[in-house]
Design a protein around this ligand. Structure first.
Ligand SMILES: CC(C)(COP(=O)(O)OP(=O)(O)OC[C@H]1O[C@@H](n2cnc3c(N)ncnc32)[C@H](O)[C@@H]1OP(=O)(O)O)[C@@H](O)C(=O)NCCC(=O)NCCS
Length: 187
């Protein structure tokens, strides 16, 4: 199933506002299935704390949460902290929708650029980012620590100019706009 086909029916991206235990448990299960080096439950929980200007989005098929992303906003800069789709559902277009929803939301919150870092070996994620206009900005040598049999790995840093991206012209409504207003009101 491609999401583009399902988009008109049951697939949607929503903002995740309340970090309930049930939600964090589900996000953590996705995190563990998606990432070789997952965040902890507490890391995810912290994305919902009020002192972080963090945009949390989830992609749903019907009522089932398939993946999520967290983007932090500091002044006019956004940083993609994490993005992951449950392993069984990867490669079906959910990641693309999630990234687009997060970038649209960051743009609504008046972020001018979005930054991220990614393992040099993560060709799927790099292809996803480049297909959305992210440019390679630099390399952080041995940024990711060794684990198991894996040696330390370089991080590729990437950035996207949101002002000249197509997201600058999006006119999103409803819940997304409400969240953008809420975030702008934070001190
Ligand atoms: C990276 C991730 C979020 C992408 O989500 P996804 O739902 O699997 O990807 P999509 O099906 O939406 O595909 C989006 C793009 O990714 C790339 N992609 C997806 N699967 C790919 C594959 N097997 N090989 C190469 N590129 C691939 C393509 O560019 C694709 O765009 P296209 O469909 O127009 O060709 C997901 O694979 C994931 O959770 N990976 C593990 C966690 C992770 O690495 N997160 C990023 C950390 S920086």
């Amino acid at each position: 199933m491609r999401v583009t086909d399902a988009r008109l029916t049951q697939v949607c991206v929503k903002t995740l506002r309340q970090g309930t235990r049930e939600l964090i448990d589900r996000l953590y299960a996705i995190e563990v299935s998606a990432h070789a080096h997952p965040w902890t439950w507490d890391n995810i929980h912290s994305c919902f704390e009020e002192n972080y200007s963090c945009l949390n989005t989830g992609v749903f098929a019907g009522k089932t949460l398939m993946g999520y992303a967290a983007v932090s906003i500091v002044y006019d800069e956004a940083e993609l902290w994490t993005i992951g789709v449950a392993r069984a559902y990867q490669g079906h277009g959910y990641g693309r929708l999630l990234l687009e929803g997060s970038l649209a939301l960051a743009t609504l919150c008046q972020a001018k650029r979005c930054f991220l870092e990614v393992r040099e070996s993560n060709r799927v994620a790099i292809a996803l980012y480049e297909s959305h206009g992210f440019k390679r900005a630099g390399v952080r040598k041995n940024y990711y620590e060794p684990y198991g049999d894996h040696p330390a790995e370089n991080a590729l840093t990437m950035s996207l100019d949101l002002e000249s991206s197509r997201y600058a012209h999006l006119n999103l409504e409803g819940e997304v706009s409400e969240l953008a207003r809420y975030l702008r009101a934070l001190p």
